[in-house]
Design a protein around this ligand. Structure first.
Ligand code: FRU
Length: 514
């Protein structure tokens, strides 16, 4: 990439491209730090109201989500000092239901002079025989020749570190005095971070995001009996370099960030993040050779969604969390005083053919206020048009659910005459496509000849799901001045079987999730 970072940021914002925490922000902030008053942040109409995000400043990846002693704990990459990437800590929030959150004091901070002096990067949490345990990546500056993370701005050595907590609400964490795993001595290594963990029998396995220069991203597989002594096994999965010469190997597909690997139904699923996208693969893990044979693959979300992490919930569901980054410029989000939020909890399952299915957990319905609906099909079109006209959303926090026949359908979400978002579905276009603003995703034909669209609007965040298999997250930075309404042509409305809209309640009274 030859364009300067500033030009690139502008371009990325204009095209709606994803802004990865490391790829785009691992550098000194270009904008002086301005403290935005609490009230200013609380009343910002672009700030989500039912997504988890810190009261102020920058966040990125979810880290170590875990259900522990009856509560959900979420940790995430956080800069306590500014609304730009840097000085990575692990923030901590607790929830009874994965929907309502309360912030707790920071869980991990860099230790000056130590192996994580420059940041506590992403990682996982596990239950090690009753002891809550974090495995995370510590970074510190080293001479270029020893660095595993080199992006023309930083020379960081990445090591895997362990911390444990013995209190019931996981507030106090004790780090081991030394890392549990150092990077392999390989000058072609493109990175060594973001451990994910699983256990088979008594043995622990750890996948680490990595890659080989000029070859492609990799997940390196290690094994251990005690989480403290690790033995290298093999690459669990390998990818291909995209052929581009970039400062950051993540942009060239030479480095895979944030791997996650878990059993799902009768198969195993691998997730990884690279080139600003998140990919999934499903297949069989051979328990003897530990070779993962991929059978199906795809994109986890076609929009602004990165570095996800999964966990098991109290009901045994596999829940996916991801970072929803900003797609506006650094100057804009830094001035807003907050940047990034967590996706809603999405339950993962596998379809019979191994395709990954994604659905926001049904418990989200607890936030619904009074339903507004366009009456079911069979009703005269006049009544349906009138019902549609009556829909008005006082704030941009809502859920929309629509079932419609496999015909072209498009609708606009309007603030007065100003278009907030255009949603367009065309089953005929190159096998079918869904458009959300300037983002496009291919869709599969609906088996029942009918499609289901579910959309969550929350300030500047739009999470959209089609037919259980397709996710598309988008950001729109237009603050509504009047109640939002939905506009659709009479003919297209005729293809709609049902359309329900619910305003959704904020998850905290002061709008700061505190
Ligand atoms: C992904 C990522 C991870 C890293 C973290 C640092 O967004 O780059 O690879 O651990 O962010 O904040």
């Amino acid at each position: 990439m030859n364009a300067s970072r500033r030009e690139f940021l502008k371009g990325a914002a204009a095209s709606g491209a994803l802004m990865s925490g490391l790829a785009l922000s691992r550098r000194k902030p270009a904008h002086p730090r301005v403290e935005i008053p609490r009230e200013g942040i609380a009343s910002d109409p672009l700030r989500p109201q039912y997504h988890l995000l810190p009261a102020r400043n920058w966040m990125n990846d979810p880290n170590g989500p875990i259900y522990w002693k009856g509560s959900y704990h979420m940790f995430f990459q956080y800069n306590p000092n500014a609304a730009v990437w840097g000085d990575m800590h692990w923030a901590h929030a607790i929830s009874p239901d994965m929907i309502h959150w309360k912030h707790l004091p920071l869980a991990l901070a860099p230790t000056p002079g130590s192996y994580d002096s420059e940041g506590c990067f992403s990682g996982s949490a596990v239950d090690d025989g009753g002891v809550a345990t974090f495995l995370y990546t510590g970074v510190k500056s080293v001479p270029a020749a020893q660095a595993t993370l080199r992006d023309a701005k930083h020379n960081f050595m990445e090591v895997q570190c362990l911390a444990t907590s013995r209190d019931d609400v996981l507030q106090k964490w004790d780090k081991l005095p030394a890392p549990v795993l150092l990077p392999p001595n390989d000058p072609n290594l493109t990175g060594f971070r973001d451990p994910c963990l699983w256990q088979m029998g008594k043995t622990w396995y750890m996948g680490i995001g990595s890659g080989a220069r000029g070859k492609g991203g990799r997940v390196l597989l290690y094994r251990s009996e005690d989480l403290r002594h690790w033995q290298y096994v093999r690459p669990l999965a390998t990818g291909k370099w995209n052929g581009k010469q970039t400062n950051d190997p993540v942009d060239a597909g030479e480095m895979w960030e944030c791997p996650d690997f878990f059993p799902l139904g009768k198969k195993h699923v691998l997730l990884y993040s690279t080139e600003r996208k998140v990919y999934w693969q499903s297949g069989e893990l051979d328990p003897e050779t530990l070779i993962f044979n991929t059978e199906k693959r795809g994109l986890l979300d076609h929009g602004a969604f990165y570095a996800p992490k999964t966990q098991l919930d109290a009901k045994g569901r596999r829940i996916l969390w991801g970072w929803i980054p900003e797609t506006r410029t650094e100057a804009e989000y830094s001035a807003a005083g907050w940047a990034g939020c967590m996706s809603l909890p999405r339950a993962l399952t596998l379809a019979g053919d191994g395709t990954l299915q994604i659905a926001v957990i049904p418990e989200m319905a607890r936030l619904r206020d009074l339903e507004m609906a366009v009456t079911a099909s069979g009703t005269g079109n006049k009544a349906r048009v009138e019902a549609l006209q009556k829909i008005g959303l006082p704030t941009a926090t809502a859920e929309i659910a629509m079932e419609f026949q496999a015909k072209p359908v498009h609708f606009r979400i309007l603030d007065g005459t100003q278009e907030i978002l255009r949603v367009a579905f065309d089953p005929a276009k190159a096998g079918g496509e869904l458009r959300l603003g300037d983002r496009v995703a291919p869709v599969l034909p609906a088996s029942a000849g009918q499609h289901r669209l579910r959309m969550f609007l929350d300030g500047s965040v739009f999470e959209c799901f089609l037919d259980g298999g397709l996710a598309l997250t988008s950001r729109v930075y237009l603050a509504p001045k009047t109640p939002l309404r939905i506009e659709m042509s009479k003919t297209e409305l005729a293809a709609v079987e049902s359309l329900c809209v619910w305003p959704l309640r904020a998850i905290s009274p002061d709008r700061l999730t505190t």
